[in-house]
Design a protein. Structure first.
Length: 227
């Protein structure tokens, strides 16, 4: 109990504890997906051209399956989006986010979004995606003042038809990606890199429009922690 007093006497202020800002287990109704963190960042389904999500069994509960890969001129598009709110912006604080992903090797594409807030060209951003034919997860950060993609990519694929836990983690100038709790990539970023934008948190795609980087597998246990 003396530690906070000692720190105050020494002129040091303990860093705030990390906060689980959003968490989605997908075990309730699909129409409105509740934020299990208790902070109210509930998700709504946005869809186009018949896009929809459907519950699938995962462990003791459910996950959500997104539309399969489509190469037609018009394809089903769907994403889950929260309202825009400033507390989903980490600024320069430490940040971690992730999801359980299931993707078949036959369902990979140029790029599929798992989770993102913001855009790389028009605002700052944090993002988790599954890249290319090999299906390698990658994490992205884009600074609000100095646009330019900062990426760390996993050395292993997550597109093998099995469930994998993928986590992106920013701590100061360190930017890591973990697959199944194993460090699979690390890069350095400016400690001053800041992410703050007025975009919604979007899961499974950018939105319901054509170029939405649609995720084509199943997702569960999507989460975001700041601090």
């Amino acid at each position: 109990m003396l530690l906070p007093v000692v720190l105050m006497i020494a002129g040091l202020v303990p860093a705030p504890a990390p906060v689980m800002i959003a968490r989605y287990g997908f075990n309730g109704r699909v129409a409105t997906i509740l934020d299990e963190s208790g902070l109210g960042h509930n998700l709504r389904v946005v869809a186009g051209h018949g896009g929809q999500v459907r519950p699938v069994v995962h462990g003791p509960g459910n996950a959500l399956a997104f539309p399969p890969r489509c190469v037609a001129s018009l394809c089903p598009h769907v994403a889950l989006q929260s309202p825009n709110t400033a507390d989903l912006n980490p600024g320069t604080r430490n940040l971690a986010y992730g999801a359980d992903v299931l993707l078949l090797p036959t369902q990979t594409s140029k790029g599929q979004n798992v989770l993102q807030k913001g855009y790389s060209k028009t605002s700052s951003q944090y993002k988790l995606q599954i890249d290319g034919v090999a299906g390698q997860p990658s994490c992205v950060l884009v600074d609000v003042r100095r646009p330019g993609i900062r990426m760390v990519r996993s050395a292993v694929s997550a597109a093998d038809g099995h469930w994998h836990s993928v986590r992106c983690e920013r701590a100061g100038s360190r930017f890591d990606i973990y697959v199944d709790e194993v460090l699979r990539g690390r890069s350095r970023i400016p400690a001053t890199l800041s992410v703050a934008n007025n975009r919604p948190l979007s899961i499974g795609g950018k939105g319901a429009y054509r170029d939405n980087d649609q995720f084509n597998g199943a997702l569960d246990n999507v989460w975001l922690r700041i601090g």
